[in-house]
Ligand binder design. Structure first.
Ligand SMILES: [Zn+2]
Ligand SMILES: [Zn+2]
Length: 394
């Protein structure tokens, strides 16, 4: 007996060591050889899963979950869960894996903080949004099963995963949502059914009594509204156009929203489209709706997009001094316009979509001498920070 205990203790220790060193191959090998379950503790009452989560190592987290690691197990003295550690690591992917495996976002540590609150505390905003936007797959799946006398469910079962993915997305910029649909042809094809299902989810979210999540209800409504608009564009196409240009629905939608207003800069069409979305939210008694309307009707109102983004993703809007994709609002995009270097994009697709707007400014920018911070008059703090960011990045 004693030798066996020693053996398993040493195997447990090598697992903790491999996690600490971040050596995935070694870790995977030891885990394969390890007999017995993986819910053992180190001297601080932490499980291997908690250590891997704290390291933000999604591959190790996945391997441990595959081996039956319990997401809600732990004897940490401050009651941290694996999700708390994942949140602190700043890896949204790790958090997503843990949530999929049943981690409880409402669990609090010994000072009463949830994992999302801990993530906010250390400035991991994307992780906060990932946790707060999370809903279990079963919520969507419910509508893919015929209810009562229904012959057919509201949602075809093949759409459960694409709709779930669509709902979990953190970037709610309408152009990004539309672009994501290009990779989900079944969802694009059935946008009307998905839109109706999302509206039902919104209603269900509002009728949960004390469990009601107004923000999630609004998010469902918002996503439903976007899908409905895309469906309407598709519906108006002539049959001949439909055959040849399937992807063009996304392009028509995106270009409509990115088209600048009279001043050549502000996105008036997007703004009125999104204001209509807020206006159509059926639950007008709720606090969330009142807050949005107050913001939109204030003296110097922010854009509807930033109001909606603040509502869904917390205080942080598309306002910070972080570079954004000019097409779809994605943070820290990988590419710059190679000609003028003054705008950034995720990829060629985003750049191509935005060219009809950017081409004028691009010619102007690239023929003018390179702008310096000093040459600008009336520069505001946000602009200045983003200039500095670009200088550092460039
Ligand atoms: Zn983009
Ligand atoms: Zn350019």
């Amino acid at each position: 007996m004693e030798t066996k205990n020693d053996e398993s203790t040493s195997s447990e220790k090598t697992i903790f060591d491999a996690i600490a060193q971040g050596d995935l191959t070694e870790f995977s090998n030891i885990l394969t050889q390890h007999k017995g379950d993986v819910n053992f503790f180190d001297e601080n009452g932490m499980t291997a899963l908690q250590h891997a989560a704290y390291k933000g190592n999604k591959d190790m987290v996945q391997l441990l979950l595959d081996r039956g690691a319990d997401v809600n197990s732990g004897k940490h003295e401050y009651n941290y869960t694996a999700l708390h550690f994942g949140a602190l690591s700043g890896s949204s992917e790790v958090c997503k894996l843990l949530l999929d495996a049943g981690a409880k976002p409402t669990a609090t540590n010994s000072v009463g903080r949830t994992s999302a609150q801990m993530a906010a505390f250390v400035g991991n905003h994307h992780t906060v949004a990932t946790i707060n936007n999370y809903i279990p797959r079963s919520e969507i799946e419910y509508y893919s099963i015929p209810q009562g006398l229904q012959q057919e469910p509201y949602l075809p079962p093949i759409l459960v995963d694409p709709v779930h993915k669509f709902v979990l997305g953190v970037n709610i910029h309408p152009v990004r949502l539309a672009l994501n649909l290009q990779h989900a042809p079944a969802l694009l094809e059935n946008a009307d059914k998905a839109s109706k299902t999302l509206e039902m989810l919104s209603k269900r979210e509002m009728t949960r009594g004390s469990e009601t999540n107004e923000v999630m209800a609004f998010k469902y409504h918002y996503l439903s509204y976007i899908l409905r608009e895309i469906h309407n564009i598709k519906d108006k196409q002539k049959p001949s156009e439909k055959e040849e240009k399937k992807h063009d629905v996304v392009e028509i939608f995106a270009k409509k929203l990115l088209k600048p207003g009279k001043d050549g800069v502000s996105l008036d069409l997007m703004d009125s489209f999104l204001k209509d979305c807020v206006r159509e939210f059926p639950f007008r008694e709720c606090t969330t709706f009142h807050q949005m309307v107050t913001a939109l009707t204030s003296k110097d109102p922010p854009t509807a997009l930033s109001v909606i983004n603040c509502t869904i993703n917390g205080q942080r809007g598309f306002l910070d001094a972080i570079p954004y994709c000019s097409s779809c609002g994605e943070e820290k995009p990988a590419k710059k316009c190679s000609k003028c270097k003054s705008v950034q994009y995720c990829d060629r697709e985003c750049q191509r979509l935005h060219w009809f707007v950017h081409k004028k400014a691009c010619n102007r920018e690239s023929s003018a001498p390179a702008p310096t911070v000093n040459s600008k008059i009336n520069i505001d703090a946000n602009e200045l920070s983003s200039e500095l960011q670009n200088l550092i990045a460039g």
